[in-house]
Design a protein around this ligand. Sequence first.
Ligand code: NAD
Length: 453
Amino acid sequence: MKEIINAQRNFFNTHATKDIQFRRAQLKKLQQALEQNEKLLHEAIYKDFKKSEFDNYSTELSLLYKDIKEAQKMIYKWARKESVPTGILNFPASSYIIPEPLGVSLVIGAWNYPYQLSFAPAIAAIAAGNTVILKPSELPTNTAAAMAKIVKENFDPAFFTVVEGGVEETQELLKQKFDKIFFTGSTTVGKIVYKAAAENLTPVTLELGGKSPAIVTENCNLKVSVKRLVWGKFLNSGQTCIAPDYVLVHNSIEQRFLNQLKIEIESQHFAFENDNFLQIINNKNFDRLVKMLDPQKIFYGGETNRESRYIQPTVMQNVNFDDVVMQEEIFGPILPVITYETIEEAIVKVNSLPKPLSCYVFTKSNAIKKKVLKEISFGGGAINETVMHITNENLPFGGVGFSGIGNYHGEAGFKAFTHYKSIMDKPTWFDPFIKYYPHTNFRLKLMRWIMKL
Ligand code: NAD
């Protein structure tokens, strides 16, 4: 690992990555490599957890193509020197900010959207002029191998390489010195990464998880709200960091809401056989999820099959905050429904848990929308929608508190891998005496006058 990092550091020190044309060429190469290997990528992810070609394209590859296109288009603007005002105190001078790449970056990916969560930060790192060591999650073994193969065939490892491996390899990597660490995964491992980064004062971006609530008010458009909720919850079999984890519904519409959930789940044909629903990633997660199912509280679904790692889309009712299902992020196809009486009560309940990655509100009321946005702190979210905010590259994506540090996507991704170097540039033809010794009363008076200007 030391060798790889040294090679990347030496390459970074040639300053080749500072050239915008170089960065654009690498991005183009990645785009072509992904396009040419779509079949390999589809087959690998299907083997790992039966992700369909439709889902692989719509939730992984298409977003990466979009990211690359955006970076290629915007890179000159993002990377250019920005002039800023200087002020009378320093007259005559100019001031500007130079975006510079941080250096050798480490990207650690999560398994649930393996291509997207590995390559999207890598695209941002490359656009910003860094070298990249990518450590994808080891859980989907075939996708990790496919990514390693594609990168190896197309890139000089001194610029961009994939290190395969699990916890041990990640910990070994974390002992090394990087200029940036970008981690996507659980809050527990996020803390391990943060501690390791502190040793070298390495800047981090931590994209973590949490329990993202969806609040459904009595005056929402029930049909559309439930349709969007069901889609966002059961997409990827609920293994989505920004999936609505649980629903808080106004008690006056509970029964109508539950009935509509059942109708909508059935109409979206979530079935393993027709590739409309994928597997739970491994037995460990399957067993963890099954423990959350309380037979007394299942309103819909509840069927499980360990051999095929299948859990039917399941709705639980009469849930309270002490239930097992409310003790940790679910990260699977189980939707607990909790009722509330007043919006104040719902907000207090959400705020009793750590700050979530997302929050969703389904309402026609502007007052409630404003109140929720003002009184609940969360990473990002949507009104009358779920998940889709992630697809707008103009919205920085990231968490707050236990759901993460920093953000990315679009220009925010470029910024995550960039240091902004501030420069004051002074000519020598004029050198006012005021700041120099010896200090006199006159100079102090002059100073007071100038500082007030
Ligand atoms: P994880 O934390 O178990 O693993 C993430 C990465 O960390 C993997 O590459 C893994 O090899 C490594 N790792 C695991 N244990 C480690 C250890 N002890 N020391 C060092 N490295 C270790 O997370 P996961 O199971 O892959 O993903 C699920 C979590 O990620 C959920 O909490 C989810 O919400 C979150 N997530 C967040 C985002 C986001 O963008 N914010 C996206 C996807 C997933």
